[in-house]
Structure formats: structure tokens, C-alpha cells
Design a protein around this ligand. Sequence first.
Ligand SMILES: [Fe+2]
Length: 137
Amino acid sequence: MDSSPHEGGDPLVVKAAAILHDIGIHEAERKHGAGGGKHQEMEGPPIASQILERVGVDAERTGHVCRIVGSHHSGRGIDTPEFRVIWDADWLVNLFHEEPRPDPEALRKTVEQVFKTATGQELARLLASRDSRRPSA
Ligand SMILES: [Fe+2]
């Protein structure tokens, strides 16, 4: 996986956060009966921290990854280059798998509002233009 060559940030933090951002889903389902964003953000960081410690990632980077894992749905309290890359990547995956698909105008507005990096905006516009040419289900 190539990490954010255009958007900067620490590649290890970006890669670790990309792999671990949803790590809290199963624990959230087990503890709260729901694996939604709020519970993922609560349960993910301690699990991510244990994994990163086990593989020898330093405390500063572990803390950064855990802050990303703990905010990847709400976007609360963090605005680093690494977080912005993960935020946009997650939106790129989720936005274009939504069913029913948003209408083209709603999709255009969402793309303008949610993406935090130039690369994310560019990829989202490209996918939105392709999506608008797909036949509706
Ligand atoms: Fe998630």
C-alpha cells in the first residue's frame, strides 16, 4: 500500500490507522450490542494500542494512531495530515457503497463538504462522475 505521497504525514501512522481504524467493531458489538461509529471510537483505541505496543511502535505514534481510531467517525478533536488521509479514504469507500445511492446533486454536495484533502476531493469527484453515469438499481 502506498501511503499519502501527496498529502504528507507519517507513513507508519497512516498505514497503522488504515489497518486498525475499525478494530473496535467486534468489541463494540460484544459490549454494546452495536458496532456503530460511536462505540467503535470508544472500544478501538485500547485494542489498537495493545497491538501497536506488541509490534514495537513508539508511544508517540501509538497515541496518534489511537486518536485517529478514536475519532474516525466523528472527526472530533483531531486535525492532522494523517487523520485527514484516513478520513477521506474511509469516506471514499463508504460513500460509493451507500444504498440506495444518493442522487447526483446530494452526492456533489457531500463531496464538497466532507473531504479534507485535495487528493480526496479529486478522487471523490472522479468517482461521483462515474457513479452518475451508472444505471440506477
Ligand atoms: Fe469505522
